[in-house]
Design a protein around this ligand. Sequence first.
Ligand code: SOE
Length: 407
Amino acid sequence: FEYKIRFKNIVRLKGEMMGSKTPVRVGMIGYKFMGKAHSHALRDVPFYFDQGVTPVLQAVAGRDENGVKAAAEKMGWNSYETDWRRLIERDDIDLIDIVTPNNTHAEMAIVAAEAGKHILCEKPLALTLEQSKRMLEAVKKAGVIHMICHNYRFAPAVQYAKQLIEEGRLGKIYHMRATFLQDWNMDPNFPLIWRSRKEISGSGVLGDLGTHIIDLARFLVGEIAEVSGMMETFIKKRPLGDMTSNLRPQIDGDAWGEVDVEDAAAFLARFENGALGVFEVTRFCRGNRAGNRFEINGEKGSIRWDMENLNNLQVYLEDDERGLQGFRTINCTEVEHPYAGAYWPAGHIIGYEHTFINLMVALMDGIEKGYSPSPNFEDGVRNQAVLEAVIQSAETGKWMSIPRLLE
Ligand code: SOE
């Protein structure tokens, strides 16, 4: 078949080098909020990091031709498609990056895997556990590299927290409490965007934000064994809105619709290693724009992190001299802090967008060396199992254990 590359055709054959580097030609499906974050990150990877492979922004796909063309031009993509299947079919694409709403992830990822493309998929992996398992099966069968986009674990301070825990600096872990609090949905006239419609999003705030703190919990503390959850929908009807829009939607006419997903969720968790977790996610916490925070307490120390201050890690170590004991604030911008040394001299902070750059660096490393970096689709499936258990627990009022899925 024939496809058109509409402008700036810099197509390279697979394996043809760019200088000393092998290009990884990316095809991204979707181009709004996450499309912007991913495009920026892909462009910046070679700016800061030296790897044997380098991403090329080959083509972006979207249904609205004017929209996708403008996005391609603005964000630096070499070409565009108006049909995601065409994008996946193209033989000048090595990696498919899925940044579309949740209900499209499974189909796109399975088609991409069958076409032999590596895949990066936005969170949550799918609408259901069953769908996510099919996605994992497809990538395993195809032998492609896969990753899910949980960007927060790529903040240098979070990576450093992981290092401290692995070195045993906190000792045995007893507690994790984490929140992700927002307030963009509180106005009763805020329309029903796709994030508040079950058929598109799978769940409400749980799949949107809960999935992020579950990822942090699994990364830092370990697997979750059982959960007890509750969920609430505070506003049951909303005006219908522009479904394609992100967080600043237009209201479409006078029609109203039922809200069939939760505005808030909270759950208790028992980790396999005996630690206890308390988690809360909500869109109804006035003044909290992105209150993604955690504290972890171990026998020898504690750590705290807050994404609105993402370079800093607060660390308390019981071994400190009495009198000097207390939480110290580590600004994780030193060369000792993972990823940080690639950017600026110490003290020169980085931001939200750098968490995506670091994630892309991990992905490029996986593609170069032939492994699927964590968080990958296995993590996505385990994460989805926790989400599903919280929903079932909220419905039944019972503790739910997490199936030992992948053993
Ligand atoms: C909206 O709630 C949102 O953009 C999420 O979808 C993102 O995953 C989170 O990082 C920030 O908030």
